[in-house]
Design a protein around this ligand. Structure first.
Ligand code: GLU
Length: 579
């Protein structure tokens, strides 16, 4: 949530900062702002989206500056609440990602001592605290004030009198990019790819003083020697590459992504914790939770290992059994709720495995073992290729634990996905586009596939979409069925086929339009439903993967049909770093 960036070097800072903010926008996009330092501090900040930059922003002078693109937590999106925030005298300026939980107490105290606040944000306490603590050195002031801050933060600050940027991190991501005679700081590596591939990941408790040619990182008063890492992602991976939207590009990358994810795990690289586990708890949020849910069905039926799947947000504050092994799934590796579950496991001596897309993300530093998704950067807020990569990894875990029984099947995964990318979905899209409510139903492992399908539909098309285990829909939701409430169903041959077909007949009897994903030869289903989307693959794993892709495309085309903002849906942001 929210992207921050800092630059100090030889170029004009404002255009660099704005360029980086555009790359970080998927982390938040309700307002943006930049501040630079030359003779004094200059600021430009505005409600809205950084793509609509006005010329005044890039005209700010100075070769040192900080920037922010916001996902509001405290105070509405507005020009005033946009970051950066200033102290009373306008000499110190700050951008912040996170939440200062004790801001109300700090703010009351600062006001009683004469400080004037301009915004409603929690962030604004930081420049005022720095103002009080400042005795001629910004780094020292930052060291004094972080002790007073409770909550999560990645902070960048500059001042009129210090020729440097000062950074501080606690539970919000922050990375330094090392260039030639220029240094960057950012929430993640995506905006840096254009400028450098050499980075340092800051850790909780770090405070850094950043100059163009040098940086010092401290924990308290002790200097830290942090390794510079070379990143492999290239700038073209964060471009649209001719596609109308990142989401579509990322959907089309999935044949390669699934193959990479599956091959990334071999019998040798499978974390040993899997081998003798008698129970597993998967903790995740959003799409990752759905991937965990699918895994549960497959590993329980194939290996008989009981699995709990828990929402990250519910895990921390409730007494939920750990099991023998905790798996945290997070695309960004920064999801606050999932991270806290991993930490809870650590405190209780339960082995933990992270499945994430981002090398060196925070979760990888807390988990006992990490499996990388290998999906490459995902820019669209709606997860697609990262979800497929998660499925690839989890299917491969099941495969490896069951003696490689499905090697041959999984080797077809990329090809199977490529084929469904060509499907014609016009009729189904037409039905969905005119609906206000859509039900997504399935049985067994197709139920969580449908949960993911409904999530995709609601997040980008803004149509209310709800997933149900098909057998449950009679227990209440039937009252909502009508000719205006389409149902999307998966009805593949298998043990639950007959009962699923029966469910669809009951729905049809209420006049409900049905879009079914089913076997291409199923004439009975074809005659029953309004639209049959044909699947040619016979193995369950391939059915799960291909129907997931169909549901992504259905959501994408419905949302484009309705003229929605595809890559940056309203109110959302990628990488949910606050609880
Ligand atoms: N809490 C800060 C605000 O509302 C920062 C939000 C964020 O990290 O997204 O302005």
């Amino acid at each position: 949530m929210c992207g921050i960036v800092g630059y100090i070097g030889y170029r004009q800072a404002a255009p660099v900062l704005l360029d980086c903010l555009k790359q970080l926008e998927y982390r938040g996009y309700d307002s943006y702002g930049v501040a630079t330092r030359s003779d004094g501090i200059s600021i430009y900040k505005k409600k809205g989206n950084v793509s609509n930059i006005l010329p005044d922003a890039s005209a700010l002078q100075g070769i040192c500056g900080i920037g922010h693109t916001r996902w509001a937590t405290h105070g509405i999106p507005s020009d005033i609440n946009a970051h950066p925030h200033l102290d009373c005298k306008g000499r110190i300026v700050v951008v912040h990602n996170g939440i200062i939980e004790n801001y109300a107490v700090l703010k009351r105290d600062l006001i009683s001592r004469g400080h004037t606040f301009r915004s409603e944000t929690d962030t604004e306490v930081i420049p005022h605290l720095l103002e009080d603590a400042y005795e001629g050195n910004l780094l020292e002031a930052m060291s004094r004030i972080v002790e007073k801050l409770e909550g999560s933060y990645a902070i960048l600050a500059i001042s009129e009198d210090d020729n440097c940027i000062v950074a501080a991190r606690n539970q919000s991501p922050l990375v330094l990019g090392i260039g030639d005679n220029e240094l960057f700081a950012a929430s993640d590596i995506t905006p840096l790819l254009e400028y450098t591939n050499r980075v340092i990941y800051l850790e909780d408790g770090d405070i850094a003083e950043i100059h163009p040619d040098t940086h010092m990182i401290y924990q308290g008063s002790i200097i830290q020697d942090r390794q510079v890492q070379e990143i492999q992602w290239t700038p073209d991976t964060v471009q649209k590459g001719g596609f109308a939207h990142f989401m579509l590009k990322e959907i089309y990358e999935q044949p390669d992504v699934i193959n990479r994810a599956i091959h990334s795990l071999t019998p040798q690289s499978l974390p040993s914790f899997f081998r003798d586990t008698r129970s597993i708890t998967v903790v995740a949020c959003g799409s990752s939770y759905h991937a965990g849910f699918i895994f549960r069905y497959l590993i329980e039926s194939t290996c008989g290992i009981p699995v709990r799947v828990e929402l990250g947000s519910e895990y921390k504050y409730n007494s939920i059994p750990f099991g023998d092994l905790i798996i945290g799934i997070s695309q960004s590796g920064e999801t606050a709720d999932t991270l806290s579950a991993i930490k809870k496991g650590n405190c209780n001596n339960v082995p933990t495995i992270a499945i994430t897309n981002v090398l060196n993300s925070t979760i990888t530093r807390h988990a006992d073992a990490t499996i990388l998704m290998q999906a490459g950067p995902e820019i669209s807020v709606a997860a697609t290729k990262s979800f497929i990569a998660q499925l690839g990894i989890l299917l491969q875990v099941v495969n490896l634990l069951s003696g490689n029984a499905c090697d041959a099947i999984l080797s077809h995964a990329g090809f199977a996905i490529k084929k469904v990318l060509q499907l014609e979905l016009g009729e189904a899209v037409h039905l969905c586009s005119s609906a206000n409510h859509i039900f997504f139903v399935g049985r067994g492992s197709f139920y969580p596939v449908m949960m993911e399908g409904a999530l995709k539909m609601k997040e980008i098309s803004y149509i209310h979409a709800e997933a149900y285990a098909a057998g449950e829909i009679k227990h209440g939701p039937f009252s909502l069925l009508s000719s205006e409430t389409p149902v999307v169903a998966i009805c593949m041959p298998g043990p639950a086929y007959a009962v699923m077909l029966g469910n669809l007949k009951e729905m049809k009897a209420r006049g409900t339009p049905i879009i079914a994903i089913g076997s291409k030869d199923d004439t009975e289903l074809y005659e029953l439903v309004d639209v049959l989307i044909p699947l040619e693959v016979e193995h369950l794993y391939l059915q799960i993967l291909t129907s997931t892709v169909i549901l992504q495309l259905l959501a994408y085309h419905t949302a484009t049909n309705l003229g929605r903002e595809i890559d940056k849906p309203r109110n959302l942001a990628k990488s949910v770093t606050v609880e």
